[in-house]
Design a protein around this ligand. Structure first.
Ligand code: NAD
Length: 477
């Protein structure tokens, strides 16, 4: 079956038809997906521009109703959609269902935000004049998303964009069009007017420029790698588009001598290896204090080797396959690099299973230094560099010595160390006695340095990107 793009409420074929392959079993495909051409991007922009004013005028209740209905549908169908997600992206069934549930909760949260959208009424400094300060939608927003959270990232961009009266053009990752396509179906079924949500599946290097250079697109919210983010920023700057970038990480997890060992092992293993390490907030540098180093690494390796890697849909699987052959080859090349750079590598081999998929065992790189490429570049696989330090000051300096600044974590039973780390960690999201990965949707999400650019996503702060302030002065005479 051919799954089409969605433009102005109508299905639309594209230039190419691409098979969507299950990374757990390459003989299984989720169907054919129509990859859009530049002309389709033009049609999507026209449709979005035409529809957006009516969507804003429809008022907060109408928008809230649509978002609430999408949220309910995602939650009611979480098992079926979660299964599709796991088939498409390769995360375990429990994770696929959990992510779908999260996407549903995000839509419901922003249904409420649509209604709560507020402004200020003030007296002017000049006599007899009133001032109203209110928010208005930005207009048409292009949303460009990665493959690793194929339903929740489209959800956490689309929901606030629609809640605050914008029209959306979603460009999902090439590897995961099915989740975005399904989202389009749900938004249409929930009663969104044609043109309010448009879906353009296909190649980023083709559709990205078509959207970024288009004067009819007012804002771009992008999540993906730093390299792509930089080129998106350059294009957006040329046409002065409003811009939000969420990018990679090389997130540190510090383990202090006084950490609860059981908790530290579980949190670091979870942070590094769960979801096949394919989380932007994954712990990819584990910085361990010397006194606990031997005991901790021994326990971490034992825990890592217990993970059951396999077909995402099998009940016993705890770590699914890598998303694609390309990503797997990249991960394997980093395993080789770690050896060349002088690390002792435990794990990280390509694995074979009953079905032909992109399986890789989790890995630790022992004896790493923070200058090595494996400690500086985002690998985006189930691999963690293990580094050793003498004290908290050295741990914090090493944790901050990176171009990234997304998330961090510390495992300690000392309140003083926890407070010190929270204060000095140069990231957007810091965790104490928790994995570096794992976030809530009702609070700001994002990072610093090369990890993020522009206003924060999620929570109540999402409104800052998707709206513009207007100050109105009135003299009633
Ligand atoms: P990617 O940069 O390869 O692709 C991201 C999106 O950009 C895709 O939709 C792609 O088609 C599109 N794209 C490609 N070229 C483009 C261009 N020239 N112009 C415009 N768009 C273009 O990233 P990926 O491999 O899909 O995802 C993995 C990356 O995403 C990792 O670096 C990860 O850390 C990051 N990520 C970050 C967050 C966060 O919130 N910080 C969350 C999830 C993933």
């Amino acid at each position: 079956m051919l799954h089409m793009n969605l433009i102005d409420g109508q299905p639309r074929a594209g230039g190419e038809e691409i098979a969507n392959i299950n990374p757990s079993d390459t003989s299984d495909t989720l169907g054919l997906y129509a990859f859009a051409a530049a002309a389709d991007a033009e049609a999507a922009v026209q449709a979005a521009r035409a529809a957006q004013p009516g969507w804003w005028d429809a008022g907060p209740q109408a928008r809230a109703n649509v978002l609430d209905a999408v949220g309910s549908a995602l939650i009611a169908r979480k098992d079926e959609i979660g299964r599709m997600l796991s088939r498409e992206e390769g995360k375990t069934l429990a994770e696929g269902i959990g992510e779908t549930l999260r996407a549903g909760q995000i839509f419901k949260f922003f249904a409420g935000e649509a209604v709560r959208m507020s402004g200020d009424h003030l007296r002017s400094l000049r006599p007899g004049i009133d001032v109203d300060v209110g928010r208005e939608p930005v207009g048409v927003v292009a949303l460009i998303t990665p493959w690793n959270f194929p339903i929740s990232i489209p959800a956490w961009k689309t929901a606030p964009a629609l809640a605050f009266g914008n029209a959306v053009i979603l460009k999902p990752a090439e590897l995961t069009p099915a989740c975005a396509h399904l989202l389009g179906e749900l938004i249409t079924a929930a009663g969104a007017p044609p043109g309010i949500f448009n879906l353009l599946m296909g190649r980023g290097d083709l559709l990205g420029p078509a959207l970024l250079d288009h004067p009819g697109v007012d804002a771009v919210s992008f999540t993906g790698s730093v390299a792509t983010g930089r080129s998106v920023a350059q294009s957006a700057a040329r046409s002065l588009k409003r811009l939000q970038l969420e990018m990679g990480g090389k997130n540190p997890c510090v383990v202090m001598d006084d950490a609860d060992l059981d908790l530290a092992v579980e949190a670091t293993a979870n942070g590094a290896f769960v979801s096949t390490g394919q989380r932007c907030t994954a712990s990819s540098r584990i910085i361990v204090q010397r006194g606990i180093y031997e005991q901790f690494t021994e326990r971490l390796i034992a825990r890592m080797q217990k993970y059951r890697v396999g077909n995402a849909l099998a009940e016993e699987t705890q770590i699914g396959p890598v998303v694609s052959d390309r990503q797997l080859q990249s991960n394997l090349s980093y395993v080789e690099l770690a050896k060349k750079e002088g690390c002792e590598v435990i794990g990280g081999d390509r694995l074979s299973r009953d079905t032909d998929g992109f399986y890789q065992g989790p890995a630790v790189f022992l004896g790493a230094t923070n200058r090595m490429r494996v400690s500086r570049e985002e690998i985006f696989g189930p691999c963690a560099a293990i580094l050793q330090v003498d004290d908290l000051d050295e741990a914090i300096a090493m944790a901050n010595d990176t171009e990234f600044g997304l998330a961090s974590s510390i495992m300690t039973s000392s309140l003083r160390s926890a407070q010190e780390f929270k204060r000095r960690s140069q990231v957007g999201m810091v965790n104490v006695n928790l994995p570096s990965a794992g976030v809530d949707y009702h609070v700001p999400f994002g990072g610093r340095k090369a990890s993020s650019y522009g206003p924060r996503e999620q929570g109540r702060t999402a409104v800052d990107f998707y709206t513009l302030w207007k100050t109105a002065y009135t003299f009633a005479g």
